[in-house]
Design a protein around this ligand. Structure first.
Ligand SMILES: Cc1cc2nc3c(=O)[nH]c(=O)nc-3n(C[C@H](O)[C@H](O)[C@H](O)COP(=O)(O)O)c2cc1C
Length: 205
């Protein structure tokens, strides 16, 4: 059992990383492995809509971690996207990363695996960024894992984050719930539902 955690902050050891580390620690207590991928520290090119992924089976830009995370998802049971709040949204780096990851990767490695996002902010815009990130999961047939609050932590430094008792609890509960759901799915004999071929209509009738 494994969960992939993505840090979309430019700071490899900042507040978002601190939040992801709390999740990693709690997952480990529940016997679930995890790995944090740092993706926000270098500029990340956005999706150029070249659509080469449809023939390559992966993103044409191979050097910034998108394809590494896609590969990791082949054997993972869950995915957590972590981002600082930048202007009441996810970071530009994570937005570019997630656009390309979810568009280019093999959708069967996402379907009915568990997803969650966490956001870190100094003061405001957390739920807008949280909503933005959750949409990647719900369009990919990934059940969202709940906690006892929306998954946000507050602070400008890791030390401040560690004082956000409610935020830290939210992340521990999230990790416990993700571990529980992953274990339930692992023990289930219920086959995945038959998949319908995707219909894409562009609002044209
Ligand atoms: C470009 C930029 C925009 C930001 N916008 C917001 C914002 O809209 N709301 C907020 O509360 N904090 C904002 N912040 C502060 C960060 O979200 C906050 O310090 C966060 O916890 C940093 O996480 P990190 O250490 O993982 O990067 C912004 C920071 C930057 C660099």
């Amino acid at each position: 059992m494994k969960v992939v955690l993505v840090n979309g902050s430019p700071k490899p050891n900042g507040c978002t990383y601190t939040g992801l580390s709390i999740i990693k620690e709690q997952l480990a207590k529940q016997g679930v492995d995890s790995e944090i991928f740092q993706v926000g520290a270098k500029p990340i090119i956005g999706c150029t809509a070249c659509v080469k992924c449809r023939t390559l089976g992966k993103c044409v830009f191979d050097d910034d971690g998108v394809n590494r995370v896609a590969e990791a998802m082949a054997t993972a049971d869950g995915l957590v996207l972590g981002s600082p709040v930048h202007y009441a949204g996810a970071s530009g780096a994570l937005t570019s990363f997630a656009d390309r990851l979810f568009y280019s990767m093999d959708k069967k490695n996402l379907r009915l695996k568990f997803g969650a996002s966490i956001v870190s902010c100094r003061r405001g815009g957390a739920t807008a960024a949280f909503d933005q990130l959750n949409k990647y999961f719900t369009i990919s047939q990934m059940p969202l894992v709940p906690s006892n609050y929306w998954n946000q932590i507050h602070g400008h430094t890791p030390e401040e984050v560690m004082k956000d008792e409610e935020g830290l609890q939210t992340l521990r509960v999230l990790a416990n719930n993700m571990a529980y759901l992953i274990k339930c799915a692992a023990q289930s004999n219920v086959p995945l539902p038959e998949e319908e071929p995707k219909i894409t209509t562009n609002f044209i009738r």
